[in-house]
Every structure is written in C-alpha cells, then in structure tokens.
Design a binder for this molecule. Structure first.
Ligand code: SAH
Length: 257
C-alpha cells in the first residue's frame, strides 16, 4: 500500500468514525428490544461477568446496565467509540459496573469460561455469525448465554436487487431457520429468536441519520469521500424501505451446553 493510499484510508476511517459518533446507535435496535432479549436470560447476579462485543458508543450497554446485575465490559475496535462509551458510563454514574476497552472480536481478552453472558448487537457480522458463535463459546461458562442480533432473510425467495446487495455486503445473511440451526450446531440450545420491529431501523437508526447527514455534508462540502459515504448510507436506507418485507435484524439467544 502506498503512503498516499494509506493516508486516504486513514481519512476514510476517521470520517466514518466521526459520522457514526454523532449517532446514539451505530446499528438497528432499541431499548425495548434490548430489554426483551434480556428477558430470556436468567441467573445473572452482581457477580456475573458480561461482555458486549462491538459495543459502539454503548447505547444498548447502558440499557443493559439498568436492567441486569453484574459487570459489563464493552469492546470495540474504534477508540473514538470507546472514549464516548466511557464518557457515557461516567455521565450515568455507571463507571463501577461498566467499562469500555479497545479490542478486536477475533482476539478477545477473556479467560476460558469466564463469562456468564456474551452480548453483541449488530456487530457479529464483522467476524461472521458462525465463526463468532464458535470462537466465542469457549469464553462462556457452561449454562452461560449468548445473545446476538444479525441480518437475516425473512423468506426463502426475494427480489434480485436486494439479494445481490446483501450477497455483496454480507454473504452470510441467511434465513432465520438456518441461523438457528447454526447456533445449535455451534453448541448452544437455541432459547429464543425474534424479529426486531421496524422502528429499530426507522425511528432508532435511519431517522436520526437524516439530520446527521445534512450536518456532515455541510461540514465536508465538496469532499468526495464524505459525499460517497453519505450516498451509501442513503442508498442502504432506501433499499430498507423498499424491501423490508424480505429482510431485517433478528435477535438470536442461545445457552451454552
Ligand atoms: N452494538 C452497537 C454498534 C453496532 S455497529 C449498536 O448496536 O449500536 C458495529 C460495531 O462493531 C461498530 O461499533 C464497529 O466499530 C465494531 N467493530 C467492527 N469490527 C470490529 C472488530 N473486529 N472487533 C470489535 N468491534 C468491531
């Protein structure tokens, strides 16, 4: 990689970080859905150890902290997100029960059988659903839970345009029944799976982006990379509104056996 392309790459990374840092969530979800997913998980105490992988700025982590006992470690690859995560935890006076660390989901800093719960909203796709379920399992105690949300097909067949978009963006997208089977094969009892309601995409994810996009384009007027980034986000949102009957996010909850 030449120095020039390296610096462009760095700039992309910085821009993407800045854009997403201005949002409360970095993926589709809502407090109600986090609470619903938590309702399938029992036996957590103040001694429980929980990891939130790909936590972003921690929108869902703070909700979790209010509803369960135990200590939560948030992990994300982007230092900017972790800074905001820890600032948010401090603001809410949750710093004793939550801490954010920079790290990668393919090299987690936990001991074998250390965790009671692994959580990951809209992030496991970065390592791949099956790989994540398989590799993360060793960090869970027997009887511990995993809860992840993941893009999934609602139907066996779908229009070519959206099929091609996802096969390019994330080829591991699959039907709910196949994902549940993968969870079972990876050594978990599939406790529950449920489709995230549309407002997780509309109200909580795409709507807040409308004004964030306008501000971003104003700030970076004439910057091609910024314009492309926003054009991509807008295209993704348009596809969602057009094809939301065919795909969405699904929460998958499993128990290690
Ligand atoms: N859970 C948050 C963020 C989801 S977006 C929410 O629901 O709002 C996906 C997150 O995964 C981003 O914050 C991104 O920085 C993080 N990520 C991407 N690759 C990663 C990796 N290899 N290890 C850890 N985090 C990663």
């Amino acid at each position: 990689m030449s120095d020039k392309s390296k610096s462009i790459h760095k700039f992309d990374f910085k821009l993407i970080c800045e854009y997403y840092s201005s949002l409360e969530r970095q993926g589709p979800g809502s407090p109600e859905v986090t609470i619903k997913a938590l309702s399938f998980i029992d036996n957590l105490t103040y001694e429980s150890r929980i990891a939130d992988i790909g936590c972003g700025t921690g929108g869902q982590t703070m909700v979790m902290a209010y509803h369960i006992q135990g200590h939560i470690t948030g992990i994300d690859l982007f230092p900017t997100f972790i800074d905001l995560f820890n600032m948010n935890a401090n603001k809410l006076n949750l710093q004793d029960r939550i801490n954010g660390i920079v790290g990668s989901m393919d090299n987690l800093p936990f001991q074998h059988e250390e965790l009671d719960l692994i959580w990951s909203e809209g992030a496991i796709y970065n390592i791949g659903f099956e790989r994540g379920l398989n590799e993360w399992r060793k960090f869970l105690k027997t009887g511990g839970h995993i809860a992840v949300s993941e893009a999934s097909w609602f139907t066996e067949e779908r229009p070519v345009e959206i099929d091609e978009f996802w096969k390019d963006a994330y080829p591991e997208i699959d039907t709910i029944s196949n994902k549940v089977a993968q969870m079972q094969k990876a050594g978990y009892i599939p406790i529950a799976s449920f489709v995230l309601p549309e407002n997780c995409w509309t109200e909580h994810f795409y709507s807040p982006q409308v004004s964030a996009q306008e501000n971003f384009l104003k700030k970076y007027a004439g910057n091609k990379t910024a314009e492309e980034l926003i054009a991509n986000q807008r295209h993704e949102a348009e596809l969602y509104y057009k094809y939301k009957d065919f795909y969405g996010y699904v929460f998958y909850i499993g128990k290690k056996i």
